[in-house]
Write a protein that binds this ligand. Structure first.
Ligand code: ADP
Ligand code: MG
Length: 618
């Protein structure tokens, strides 16, 4: 397709938006163009955090001489012409606005050579085009962007430090390395090579981005269900991360952030990770293009699925199967040598089962039951992960089980979990108290099991539950303070607190603005008489950044409750016998509880494990 200007009706279907706001977004657009041009080698160079210079060189198809001028025009694209094309977008760019937007705010030069043409360049200064000139160079395109925002000083001011811009460029490029492992990328910042990938596959790209060791800490898998393919790498639960920056999702090759998929993965990991631990994953989801809407956000960072439930069900069941090591996982896991499907000799030896008829996405949608898996409402049941995996190898099924509705599978899975949790619940009255160790752990015996209970984790959990329950029922009791506490914060923090005064009140805090940027706290929740206010507000304000984007007051309540009980519970404090007993009673025999920060409240040790230590049994 040659370059042409989109008709107004097509363009109006696309919400126009800012494509360029930071150096990394310039790099992103230029690399996407190179990829769309079929390049197999892409070089990215930057100077001064990309503010001084960005150069993206590719060996793609090039731009014909007489189209070079068109490339600079707004809404000129070779990738889409009719509105219907929006339904089936496979290329990365399609709005035809990147080059025009970049050129408008920089000094730009495009040099390009097609296979059968000569190399030509065309310069632009703040969008004013120069003359087309003969140039030298290999097949492909070189886009040079200098002095970004030279003519818009206001925008220049919003740029971050060189180091930060470099880091953001590297982070964004890492996603291209992962999504296009067959392309070789080189990224050089101020003359120093930051990334060099060789276009020799995903494992290799993963090692370039995260270090070679990552392959030992992740499970590679490849699953196909109902016309949806999900593959990539899942971090072993012990390889968890303190934030979400180690999570990459690619939908049809495009890096996106998507709530449905995130929720499905988080819920599948739910039982294995503590609060504030995030799984490592690099996931590729391939779905029929007509079921994703890539036009949600101007910079294309999110997608919308026509049927969220089908996507949720697929991701959830695949990730759960792998983490829980259930039999189905065998179908999905790619062994270390990369040859999938040869992991189980038993399966190979068995007479070939008739290939199950593959259900299409459309069929899956029709069969969709209304059992929506609960988002986040699962009971975590910690299970020894390694052992399950080992078991899995022994009990390899002779032939793959026939495919079934993903929701049926999820429902069964959740039910199993629930049953397991119920079985794990013990009768607290039968616990025999055996004393306390390190002034921290309470020791209980029940039949052939010893339970160690972290009294502080338990205490915290109980305060937390109580607080949340009261908060929900709006029955929190306030305890006035003799001397009000004056909280002095900065303007931004004050604005945040002021906006959330109502929530603070629901939690039992009496708080009111007290001139300037201060807040007068005159009462605290009765449960938290001993709360350390400074610490508490410090915690809440520290998470202000992350909370701001989330509209759910629910999450804030959760945060407040966590911070409150953390600030209330003192460590190393001995409990009285009476307190211990009421603690256990309040736990209602649930030994799978976790404290609000995600640490387990109780640990169970079987008699057999102790006897193994003494070599009484092997
Ligand atoms: P879009 O990528 O959305 O089509 P752009 O403004 O990024 O819009 O690019 C405009 C057009 O210029 C593209 O459609 C393509 O035809 C051409 N083009 C841009 N960069 C390259 C490149 N590196 N190689 C080949 N063609 C390119
Ligand atoms: Mg583009």
């Amino acid at each position: 397709m040659s370059i042409h200007v989109l008709s107004a009706d097509v363009f109006n279907k696309i919400a126009a938006g800012e494509v360029v706001d930071r150096p990394y977004s310039v790099v992103k657009e230029l690399v996407e163009n190179a990829l769309d041009a079929g390049a197999t080698e892409i070089g990215v160079e930057t100077e001064g955090g990309g503010k001084r210079l960005i150069r993206v060189t590719d060996n793609g198809c090039g731009i014909p001489k007489d189209e070079l001028r068109l490339a600079y025009l707004p809404h000129a694209t070779s990738k889409l012409s009719r509105a219907e094309d929006l339904e089936r977008i496979r290329t990365l760019g399609f709005r035809g606005e990147a080059i025009a937007s970049i050129a408008a705010v920089s000094r730009m030069k495009l040099t390009s050579k097609t296979k059968d043409g000569e190399a030509y360049s065309l310069r632009s200064e703040g969008g004013a085009l120069g003359e087309l000139t003969r140039d030298g160079g290999a097949d492909g395109t070189c886009a040079l962007v200098e002095d970004l925002f030279f003519n818009t000083p206001a925008r220049r001011k919003f740029l971050k430090s060189d180091a930060q811009e470099d880091a953001d460029i590297a982070n964004m490029l890492s996603r291209f390395l992962l999504s296009r492992p067959e392309v070789s990328f080189t990224y050089t910042a101020n003359g120093k090579v930051k990334y060099r990938s060789f276009g020799d596959g995903l494992r290799s790209a993963l090692a370039v981005v995260y270090g070679a060791d990552v392959l030992n800490k992740t499970y590679e898998f490849d699953a196909e269900k109902n016309g949806i393919r999900l593959h990539g790498f899942l971090g072993a639960p012990e390889f968890s991360k303190p934030n979400r920056s180690y999570q990459s999702l690619f939908v049809n090759g495009r890096y996106v952030v998507n709530q449905t998929v995130s929720a499905a993965v988080s819920n599948a990991y739910g039982a294995y990770l503590m609060k504030r631990q995030y799984p490592f994953f690099v996931l590729f989801l391939e779905v029929p293009p007509e079921v994703v809407d890539v036009n949600v956000h101007p910079n294309k960072a999110d997608v919308r699925f026509a049927e969220n439930q089908v996507i949720y069900g697929c991701v959830y069941s695949v990730v759960s199967a792998i983490l829980d090591g259930n039999a189905r996982a065998l179908e999905y896991l790619v062994p270390a040598d990369g040859r999938k499907g040869e992991a189980a000799p038993a399966a190979a030896a068995a007479p070939a089962a008739p290939a199950p008829a593959q259900m299409s996405y459309e069929q899956a949608k029709k069969q969709l039951s209304f059992d929506v898996p609960p988002l986040g409402g699962r009971t975590p049941v910690p299970r020894p992960f390694r052992e399950e995996r080992n078991e899995l190898e022994v009990h390899a099924p002779a032939a793959p089980a026939p495919r079934e509705d993903v929701f049926e599978e999820n429902r069964r899975f959740l039910l199993e979990r629930e049953n397991k949790a119920r079985q794990d619940k013990i009768d607290a009255d039968l616990l025999v108290y055996k004393g306390e160790i390190f002034r921290t752990y309470l020791c209980y015996e029940l039949g052939d099991t010893v339970y160690l209970i972290d009294q502080h984790a338990a205490h915290e959990r109980l305060i937390y539950d109580r607080l949340r329950a009261k908060c929900e029922a709006r029955t929190v009791c306030s305890q006035p303070m003799l001397v009000p506490y004056l909280l002095n914060v900065n303007a931004q923090e004050f604005a945040f607190l002021e906006k959330n005064l109502q929530l603070l009140r629901e939690l039992g805090f009496e708080a009111e603005p007290f001139g300037g940027n201060s807040l007068k706290i005159s009462a605290v929740p009765a449960d938290l008489r001993d709360i350390r206010l400074e610490e508490f507000f410090g915690e809440v304000l520290a998470s202000m950044e992350t909370l701001r984007g989330i509209r759910l007051p629910d999450l804030l309540k959760d945060k407040l409750a966590t911070a409150a009980c953390k600030a209330a519970v003192k460590g190393g404090e001995a409990l009285t016998d009476g307190e211990v007993r009421s603690l256990i009673r309040a736990m209602q025999g649930d030994m799978t509880l976790k404290c609000p920060h995600g640490r387990p409240v109780a640990v169970r040790i079987a008699r057999a494990e102790i006897e193994k230590l003494f070599k009484r049994i092997v």
